[in-house]
Ligand binder design. Sequence first.
Ligand SMILES: [Zn+2]
Length: 278
Amino acid sequence: MPGEAPTASTLAGRLRPLSGLEEELVHADREGNAVALCNELLARCLARPGRDPGRARAEVDALLVSERDLALVALRQRSLGSELAMELTCPACGADHDLVIDLTRLGAPPPAPREIEVVHGDHRVRVRLPTARDQAVAAAAGALDAGRATLLAATLLELDGRPGPFTVADAAAIDPELREAIDAAVEDALPDVDLALVTTCSTCDAGIEAPVYLAEVILAELRERGRQLLREVHLLARTYHWSERQILSLSVARRRAYLTLIEADHDAALVLAGAGDA
Ligand SMILES: [Zn+2]
């Protein structure tokens, strides 16, 4: 609707399926900031393949991290369907199991507040829930304490009557117990979009309970797909004489459909050759 602020669900509805250009981006970014990469993937899929996402980046940046993760799930569904294959290792016997998660089973989480108040002992704190941008900036600052202090400095609105902004040093100087309490309150307020997988090991019968971090699983799958990209481009270019750019701009599903046709032709040619030999 004109004039209305975009919500997470309308943003997810505007995503186009992934193309090879985004798969190439994921493949090239193996050692980078995984959070920033997820944000960039979403922003690019709000624009046409190969186009600069422009202000779509700011839209993605403003999503709560839970909303960003759900948008990523929506992108995965739109691009590759709702069945997500993953591997799970039994903690009791070490056996690996292949599982398929049905992403349509994920319900919409309740709407989250944008900020919360935390009261702990004599302290009273107001803090924003972290956005996709906050999380990317914190990830760039490093793991553990540096990242946590960066995140807290960005999201802290008011500390015992003192309004922000706060520096990373301010955040790092906060009593560790209070920081724990703030972290826990933020964690509680953010809708949980990850799955708790409960199953039984078919090798040793042990019960397995494992959290599934969907954004991580989806990114790992894209990295794996990126390995085949060069070969797929090679096959399509050889068959259709399209440019690399044209091939990479195809949606993932469209590229797969052409590859299936090429394989079918190849199989038919083998059958004909076999008949000729007989
Ligand atoms: Zn087992």
